[in-house]
Design a binder for this molecule. Structure first.
Ligand code: 13P
Length: 301
């Protein structure tokens, strides 16, 4: 069993995203300063407090789609877009090395729970970091359903990713048959992450019945569920919650405006470059009055 040193996990003890209620307004020039560089040298995520800067998180999950030609086109077009928000693209891992001149961030769609060894076909978080990934999706519903990934296994991967300073994006959400008992499912999926030293984790609420179906929960349902998740994580620090499931250019802004939603996770719509560009542009809203636009959520430190 690999020993993980949680004490040294995390990023210099800083909280990249956690909200601060004390920040009333952020002037546009400040945001531009942070955003202009896109990413830090070496492909590191810039661990600034994005939420204090009114940034939202926009993640693209290409799943097993795309090719080298598509990457080139995608970079060419998306690099032209300026945004206040944090953009993270998760292509198939075999395409990551073609993102060298991408101005935004790159993530992987999965990693293994060990650093090295006889694990044919797997990629360690360390290798993903070397390739240029700063983020990694974990426990996506397709991996839970097709590859039988358990909550324990996803948690082990989370430990390994955090150990390597690869920021995990942990996906949770209920199936259609569990829609009326989503709190029970989320409680099971999130219980391992209720810890004070939870470092730099993004949780993605993706109701499975919404993925690729064009069916999305109401804004009220999204906010209620996200509030439930925040309650579960109330003793944790350094986390954010994004929503995923049938997000597109037409609904992205509305979803982002749901109380408690820090970002979006986009599947199919991220494979249409113009559509994804519109997602980014439509979400590029001016949010000067933080306390009005982003409701309070108390996070204990
Ligand atoms: P869609 O946006 O295609 O519904 O996919 C959502 C998803 O699974 C992102 O991880």
């Amino acid at each position: 069993m690999v020993e993980y040193n949680l004490a040294k996990v995390g990023v210099e003890g800083s909280n990249p995203f956690a909200r601060s209620r004390s920040v009333k307004a952020v002037v546009r020039s400040e945001r531009c300063c942070v955003d202009r560089g896109g990413k830090d040298a070496g492909g590191e995520a810039s661990f600034v407090n994005l939420i204090e800067l009114n940034m939202k998180i926009i993640i693209a999950n290409w799943k097993m789609n795309g090719n080298v030609g598509f990457v080139k086109l995608f970079i060419e077009k998306i690099n032209q877009v300026s945004t206040n928000n944090r953009i993270i693209v998760c292509p198939p891992v075999s395409l990551v090395s073609f993102f060298g001149n991408f101005r935004y961030h790159v993530g992987a769609q999965n990693c293994f729970s060990r650093i090295a060894g006889a694990f044919t076909g797997e990629n360690s978080p360390q290798l993903l970091k070397e390739l240029g990934c700063s983020y990694v999706l974990l426990g996506h519903s397709e991996r839970r359903a097709i590859f039988a990934e358990s909550d324990d296994f996803v948690y082990e991967k989370w430990l390994a990713a955090v150990e390597q300073n690869l920021m995990p994006i942990v996906c949770v959400g209920e199936n259609l048959q569990d829609r009326t008992r989503s709190s029970e499912i989320l409680t099971r999926q999130l219980s391992r992450y209720q810890q004070k030293d939870l470092h730099n984790t993004i949780f993605a609420y993706e109701p499975v019945w919404s993925i690729g179906t064009a069916k999305i929960p109401s804004a009220q349902e999204i906010s209620t569920t996200v509030a439930f998740m925040a309650d579960m994580l109330a003793h944790s620090i350094n986390y954010n919650i994004v929503y995923g499931g049938s997000v597109n250019a037409a609904n992205a802004e509305t979803i982002l405006a749901c109380p408690g939603v820090d970002g979006i996770l986009v599947g199919g719509a991220s494979l249409d470059i113009d559509e994804f560009r519109s997602v980014i542009e439509n979400c590029n809203v001016e949010l000067l009055e933080t306390d009005q636009k982003i409701p309070s959520r108390t996070r204990n430190s």
